[in-house]
Ligand binder design. Structure first.
Ligand SMILES: Cc1cc2nc3c(=O)[nH]c(=O)nc-3n(C[C@H](O)[C@H](O)[C@H](O)COP(=O)(O)O)c2cc1C
Length: 182
């Protein structure tokens, strides 16, 4: 049976390397009968967590005005699987994606049941050293473990800097193959 997959992207480059992998993944996942809802965090106004602990006190997940509220939060809560796709920025996540990840804390504060999902990561960076990708891989793996999610796979590609560099790697093919694991 088809699953509800939410894809959260982090790059602001619409034709960039992580988007190329994201699109290959989505195409393959939809071909398998899954329904995919994609949120491009770089083009949303998500903001950051204020640690006010007022989550859901005004009805919405985040008490501040944020594009996290509404369809994004609802889709994450309803999803069978969450896929994070991101470049590495300074050995970590782009701020826009990190803002969305941080705002998932509202589910914890609000007592929402969001365990039992599947999770995957698609990531890329300029440097060849695979340890650079640990900056995004380890937080996602630990977040998944804490949330009771099952990591089904990670596609981590180093050595890609400019738009189009991903085509010199097997990243797009591996991202499409990741869909087979759901
Ligand atoms: C602000 C910024 C910070 C970056 N920091 C790193 C880094 O720490 N390590 C690295 O290997 N690449 C770094 N990069 C390079 C990107 O990860 C790389 O260009 C990647 O392919 C971009 O993916 P995209 O095309 O999907 O945006 C950085 C790029 C930017 C714009």
């Amino acid at each position: 049976m088809g699953k509800k997959i939410v894809v959260l992207t982090g790059s602001p480059r619409r034709k960039g390397n992580s988007f190329a992998m994201t699109e290959a993944f989505i195409q393959a996942a939809e071909a398998k009968g899954h329904s995919v809802t994609r949120f491009d965090t770089a083009f949303m106004d998500i903001g950051f967590c204020h640690a006010c602990m007022n989550c859901y006190k005004k009805g919405q997940p985040c008490s501040f005005k944020s594009d996290f509220n509404g369809t994004m939060a609802d889709a994450i809560l309803a999803a069978d699987a969450i896929v994070f796709t991101t470049p590495v920025y300074w050995y970590s996540f782009p701020a826009q994606l990190k803002g969305a990840i941080d705002k998932m804390f509202s589910f914890v504060v609000g007592g929402k049941d969001f365990a039992g999902k599947e999770c995957a990561l698609i990531a890329c960076c300029e440097e060849e050293d695979p340890a650079v990708l640990d900056g995004v891989r380890l937080p996602i793996e630990r977040t998944a473990a804490l949330n009771g999610w099952t990591m089904v796979g990670s596609v981590c590609v180093g050595g890609v800097m400019e738009i189009g560099d991903i085509d010199k790697t097997d990243g797009v093919a591996r991202a499409a193959a990741l869909a087979e694991r759901f």
